[in-house]
Design a binder for this molecule. Structure first.
Ligand SMILES: [Zn+2]
Length: 77
């Protein structure tokens, strides 16, 4: 798995990270995110898939990521 989706704990902005990296900077609030300590809500090797996930989160951004994760596990792109 190369790509992960995390949510910034400060501003709730969903973000794609490379899982080989330890940190990533939030584009919205500039917070340095410690990837190893964040919950990875989605993992994939496909860049297009991870972009779809970000789009879906932005389209339905009610903050309920557990439901989102369940939905994703039942859905095929
Ligand atoms: Zn942020």
């Amino acid at each position: 798995m190369r790509y992960g989706v995390v949510v910034c704990p400060k501003c709730r902005n969903p973000k794609v990270v490379l899982l080989s990296f330890k940190t990533s900077k939030c584009a919205r609030c500039n917070k340095i995110l410690d990837i190893e300590k964040l919950k990875i809500i989605y993992k994939t090797d496909s860049e297009s898939e991870v972009r779809n996930v970000i789009g879906l989160i932005n389209a339905d951004n009610d903050g309920n990521y557990d439901d989102f994760k369940k939905m994703m596990s039942e859905q095929k792109f």
